[in-house]
Design a protein. Structure first.
Length: 624
C-alpha cells in the first residue's frame, strides 16, 4: 500500500472544457442559437477529477509523524468501519458500491454513484458557497468511504490511489447580474493499481492465500481459535522480511500491500504485516481489524476478538528476524507491560483514516485490559471509569472498568486536530456604526482556533445614544457636568455640543453647561459622528435649584455582620444644590459614611435616613 497522504489534484477532463468548456443552447429544431443569444446564456458541463492517495498512512517507524492525528471516539465498534457510515449517506452509498464491485464481483475499473447537489445564485458560480460546499461534501464522502473500504478489505491488495470524478452542469445567464443554476449529478470512483498489472493477479493472490491457510492448518497445535491465531502470527513473522533500509521517497509501493507478502517475495513494512494477518484471520472466521496510530512513529497493527474480548497483536514488532518470533505483542491488553511502559501508554490511536483530516472519524473496539488467558470465562462489560477528553492539540485518555470482574483498561486518544468541516462561523464583534464587520471560520471542536476571516454583510450597527436626563434646571450663573452621554454604538463618538439659545445657556465641547444671567429655557443639542442627534431642555431660574425627590433606594436590606453595602440614592433634579446627608438611628448595629457606605457591626436593626433639603427617604437595615 502506498503512503496515503491525501492530495487533492484538480484537473479538468473534458476536452471541451479545456478549450473553454462551453456549449451554447440549441433551438428546439436543432439549429444553433444566434450570436446575441450566445452572449446571454451558456450551458456548461464539466467533469472534475481528483486523486486521493491511499489513506492508511503507516510508514517506517524511524520516520516522524506524517499525518494529522484525529480521533473522536473509542468503543461502539460494530464489526466493520463501513458499518459506522450513516445509512443512506453519500459516503455509505460509495462504500457499498465499492464493496459490491471490487470485493463481491472482484472486478477492477470504475464505479458510478448517483447524487444530486443543486446550487444557484448570482455572480461567479465557481465561487459560490453552495458550489464549494457541495464539492467539500463529496470530498468528505469519498475520503470517508475510501478509508473504511481499505481498512475493511485489505484483500483488495491491488488497490493504490483512488481517482474520483464529479460530474455536474451549470446554466449561466448574463444580464445586469450574472445568474446561475446547476447540479452535481454523480461521482465516478476508480481504484488505481498499486503497481502495473496488479489487478490481473487476483487469481494468483487467492491461490497464495489458500496455500498459506493450508500451511497454518498443518502448523497449529490444535484447531482452537487461540492456537490458530498463534499459527497465523508465527506464519506472518516467518514469511515477511522488513526492509529496514528502504526510503519513503523511493520505496516500492507493494511494501505497503499484502501483495508484497503473497506475490512479491515476502517483503513488507508494518502495513503488509497487519493486512496479511487480518486476511488470514478472516480465512479462519476470526474477527480481526486494522489499527493505525502512533508508536513512536506512524504504525499499523491489529486487534483480534476472542471469547468476546479484543486483544492487540503486532506481528511487525514480534518479528525477530530469526527462526522463532517473539510473543511480546501477541494477544495482549492495554495494561500489559511492554518495553517503554504499558501497551496502552505506548500507542496512540488515530481514527481519521485520511491524511488531510477531512474524512470521518471511526470508532475502535475497547481493548481488553490484560493479555489473553485461556481461563477467561466471561465477556467483559466495560464502563467508563474516567475520561480526559482530547483537545485539538493534546491527546486524551479513556479508562474503562469491567462491571463484572473489576478489570481496568485504557486507551490513549489522539489529539483531535483542527477541523473546519462543519462551517462554523463566529462574528468578530468588529462591526461599527459606519461599516459591516467580519466573521471567522472556527474549529468544529470548540477550541476557538480561526482559519479564515471574511466580511459579514448586514452587520453594520445602528447609531444609538443614552442620556441620564432629558431636562435640566439651573440657577443663573450655575454650571454643571451632570448631563452624561452613554450607549454609543461601536465606532461612534460625540461630534459636537451646541446651545440652540446661547443667550440663555452655553455649553463647552467637553459637555459643561453654564446658565447665563437671563431667565428662560434653551435646548442643548448633542450631535454624534454618525449623524444621530439628541436634545436636552435646560431651564434657567433666579432661585437656587432645590431637591424635589429622592429615589433609587430599597426600603430594607439585610447584611451579615462585618459586611458593607453602598447606598446610591438619586436626587431630582440632578442639579440640586442641597447636599445629601446620611444618618443611622443605631450606630452600634450599623454605621453609614458621608458617601453612603453602610457597615454592619452587630446583630439588630437600624434605620438609615437620607435627607436633601426638605426631602427624606429611609432604609431599614437588618444585621444577622
Amino acid at each position: 500500500m502506498k503512503g496515503k497522504r491525501l492530495v487533492l489534484l484538480l484537473s479538468v477532463m473534458l476536452a471541451a472544457f479545456l478549450a473553454g468548456g462551453l456549449t451554447l443552447y440549441a433551438h428546439a429544431d436543432g439549429t444553433a442559437a444566434s450570436a446575441a443569444q450566445a452572449e446571454q446564456s451558456k450551458h456548461i458541463e464539466k467533469t472534475l477529477t481528483h486523486t486521493i492517495r491511499d489513506a492508511g498512512c503507516a510508514f517506517n517507524l524511524s520516520l516522524p509523524k506524517l499525518r494529522a492525528i484525529n480521533a473522536v471516539g473509542i468503543g461502539g465498534f460494530s464489526g466493520t468501519y463501513g458499518a459506522q457510515l450513516k445509512s443512506e449517506s453519500l459516503e455509505r452509498k460509495i462504500y457499498d458500491a465499492m464493496v459490491t464491485y471490487y470485493v463481491r464481483s472482484q472486478k477492477s475499473g470504475s464505479v458510478d454513484v448517483a447524487l444530486s447537489f443543486s446550487f444557484s445564485g448570482t455572480g461567479d458560480y465557481e465561487k459560490s458557497d453552495e458550489y464549494l460546499e457541495a464539492q467539500e461534501e463529496i470530498e468528505y464522502a469519498v475520503e470517508s468511504a475510501f478509508g473504511a473500504f481499505l481498512y475493511d478489505y485489505p484483500e483488495v491488495f491491488w488497490a493504490g490511489d483512488l481517482s474520483y470524478a464529479e460530474n455536474f452542469f451549470a446554466d449561466v445567464t448574463f444580464g445586469e447580474k450574472e445568474t446561475f443554476s446547476g447540479s452535481f449529478t454523480g461521482v465516478t470512483i476508480s481504484l488505481m493499481e498499486v503497481y502495473s498489472g496488479a489487478s490481473k493477479a487476483q487469481n494468483v493472490f487467492t491461490a497464495a492465500i489458500r496455500d498459506a491457510k493450508s500451511e497454518i492448518e498443518k502448523a497449529r497445535v490444535d484447531a482452537t481459535q487461540y492456537q490458530t491465531l498463534k499459527a497465523i502470527h508465527d506464519y506472518v513473522c516467518a514469511k515477511i522480511t522488513y526492509p529496514y533500509d528502504y526510503n519513503l521517497e523511493t520505496t516500492v509501493p507493494v511494501y505497503h500491500s499484502p501483495a508484497g507478502v503473497f506475490l512479491q517475495g515476502g517483503v513488507a513494512v508494518c502495513e503488509g504485516y497487519a493486512k496479511s494477518f487480518m486476511i488470514l484471520c478472516r480465512e479462519f472466521d476470526i474477527p480481526a481489524i486494522l489499527v493505525v496510530g502512533d508508536a513512536g512513529g506512524s504504525h499499523m497493527w491489529n486487534y483480534v476478538q476472542l471469547q468476546g474480548s479484543w486483544y492487540a497483536v503486532d506481528t511487525t514488532w514480534d518479528d525477530t528476524g530469526g527462526p522463532a518470533p517473539a510473543t511480546t505483542y501477541f494477544m495482549i491488553g492495554s495494561e500489559t507491560s511492554v518495553p517503554g511502559g504499558t501497551f496502552g501508554s505506548t500507542r496512540v490511536l488515530n481514527t481519521c483514516f485520511s491524511a488531510s483530516g477531512k474524512g470521518k472519524n471511526f470508532n475502535y473496539p475497547i481493548l481488553n485490559g490484560t493479555a489473553y488467558r485461556k481461563e477467561n470465562s466471561h465477556v467483559h462489560s466495560w464502563c467508563i471509569a474516567s475520561e480526559t477528553k482530547p483537545t485539538c492539540t493534546k491527546s486524551g485518555e479513556i479508562k474503562y472498568k469491567c462491571s463484572i470482574c473489576g478489570e481496568v483498561t485504557s486507551n490513549i486518544v489522539a489529539a483531535l486536530g483542527h477541523s473546519y468541516h462543519d462551517k462554523n462561523y463566529v462574528y468578530n464583534n468588529d462591526a461599527t456604526v459606519f461599516s459591516d464587520g467580519t466573521m471567522s471560520l472556527v474549529c468544529d471542536n470548540g477550541c476557538g482556533e480561526k482559519k479564515t476571516t471574511v466580511p459579514a454583510p448586514g452587520t453594520k450597527i445602528p447609531a444609538t445614544i443614552k442620556l441620564n436626563v432629558t431636562s435640566l434646571v439651573l440657577k443663573r450663573g450655575q454650571s454643571t457636568t451632570a448631563l452624561k452621554v452613554s450607549g454609543l454604538a461601536q465606532g461612534d463618538s460625540i461630534l459636537k455640543w451646541e446651545s440652540l439659545n446661547p443667550k440663555i445657556v452655553k455649553v463647552s465641547q467637553s459637555g459643561k453647561i453654564t446658565a447665563k444671567q437671563k431667565i428662560g429655557t434653551a435646548k442643548i443639542r448633542i450631535t454624534l459622528k454618525s449623524g444621530l442627534k439628541r436634545k436636552v431642555k435646560v431651564t434657567v431660574q433666579a432661585n437656587d435649584v432645590l431637591t424635589s425627590k429622592i429615589s433609587g433606594v430599597t426600603k430594607s436590606i439585610t447584611l451579615k455582620k462585618g459586611k458593607t453595602k453602598k447606598l446610591a440614592p438619586v436626587i431630582t433634579p440632578i442639579t440640586s444644590v442641597q447636599k445629601l446627608i446620611y444618618k443611622s438611628s443605631n450606630t452600634k448595629v450599623a454605621t453609614v459614611s458621608t458617601a453612603g457606605m453602610i457597615k454592619a457591626k452587630k446583630k439588630g436593626k437600624t434605620t438609615i435616613t437620607m435627607k436633601s433639603g426638605r426631602k427624606t427617604i429611609k432604609c431599614v437595615v437588618t444585621v444577622k
